[in-house]
Write a protein that binds this ligand. Structure first.
Ligand code: DGY
Length: 328
């Protein structure tokens, strides 16, 4: 008998087709919203789940003696998983590192550029028919090349953004992280470790790439924004909740910093209403890893984790180790 697999959200049909060779697949291709009860029941009746960052797996969802053996997240971030609870309950967790690093860094850089150079604000102006003539100061933004790039969170994606800034745009790159990188990696990224206060005070463009956890909740709030330059821009491609969105909206309104570019939001897909009305913020719907090639690679790696686990007892990119529990 094939193990029962729940695919929580729409993914590429080609990936579902190949998974169907090994699993009895239930797939939510219509993207019907899960109620908490329906989600809990669906998890209770499957051996495996292919999830996205919006699908919670925790002690409540799993229950005391879960049938589920593995949840493969189609995301590198995994704050939708309670990994310690999954470990206690014998459920493997996996994510999709590496395959999205460069694509997400490209998008981070695009958001830095769009924010600093006021691209959406000026496009709205043009589309509204307001453009009458060339003006010397029209949508004059902040310089990107040669400026100071600050990176909070220096994992793989942070490093890829650092390389783009230093090597492509001649930027001075400062970063802050739980611990400094080794000297060889720092040298390769042309990045210098500084404390958080120095990072906030010196960055012309500050980009957030740290994982979400209770410890990183509201890493950027009114106190931190107050330390930034009034000309600075802030970009969040990490996770909602790392920035206090209400505090940011107020700071943008009061021109405490120049502008922000946000791909992730507290409580997304809801967006703080004030952010929607402000001209000096570029807003995108959590699409930093979204190219066709990368999203396919993410879906394929999540699928490969499932196939590998049921074939060998080991996922390819696990987030935890659990005592052997029969895969079949
Ligand atoms: C990730 O992989 O964590 C991205 O944010 C997509 O959800």
């Amino acid at each position: 008998m094939k193990p029962k697999l729940l695919v929580a959200r729409p993914i590429f049909q080609s990936v579902i087709d190949s998974l169907s060779e090994k699993f009895e697949v239930t797939s939510n291709q219509s993207d019907q919203a899960w109620t908490p009860d329906a989600w809990q029941q669906a998890i209770a009746s499957h051996d495996a789940a292919l999830t996205t960052g919006s699908d919670p797996i925790n002690a409540l969802v799993l229950g005391a003696q879960p049938r589920l053996k593995i949840a493969a997240n189609m995301a590198v971030g995994f704050n939708n998983f309670d990994v310690p609870a999954m470990t206690t309950l014998g459920v493997i967790a996996s994510n999709t590192p590496d395959v999205l690093t460069e694509t997400t860094a490209d998008f981070g850089f695009a958001l830095i550029m769009a924010t600093a150079r006021r691209m959406t604000e000026s496009e709205h102006y043009l589309r509204a028919g307001l453009w009458k003539q060339w003006r010397y100061d029209m949508f004059a933004g902040a310089e990107v090349h040669g400026s100071t790039l600050g990176i909070l969170g220096m994992g793989r994606i942070g490093q890829a953004i650092a390389r783009r800034g230093a090597l492509g745009f001649g930027m001075k790159v400062f970063y802050h992280n739980r611990s400094p990188l080794d000297a060889a990696t720092e040298n390769e990224c042309k990045a210098t470790y500084v404390d958080k206060e120095t990072l906030l005070k010196t960055a012309d463009h500050l980009v957030l790439v740290l994982p979400y956890s209770a410890a990183s909740h509201h890493s950027i709030g009114s106190k931190e924004i107050a330390q930034m330059k009034p000309t600075a821009t802030l970009v969040n491609i990490a996770r909602g909740g790392i920035v206090d969105d209400a505090a940011l909206a107020l700071a943008l309104k009061n021109k405490q910093i120049a502008a922000a570019g946000l791909d992730v939001f507290e409580g997304e897909p809801a967006v703080h209403p004030d952010l929607l009305t402000l001209p000096n913020v570029v807003l995108t719907p959590h699409i930093a890893s979204s190219t066709v090639k990368t999203r396919l690679a993410m879906a394929q790696l999540a699928a490969d984790n499932l196939v590998s686990f049921f074939a060998t007892g080991h996922a390819l990119t696990p987030l935890n180790q659990v005592p052997a529990k029969s895969a079949t």
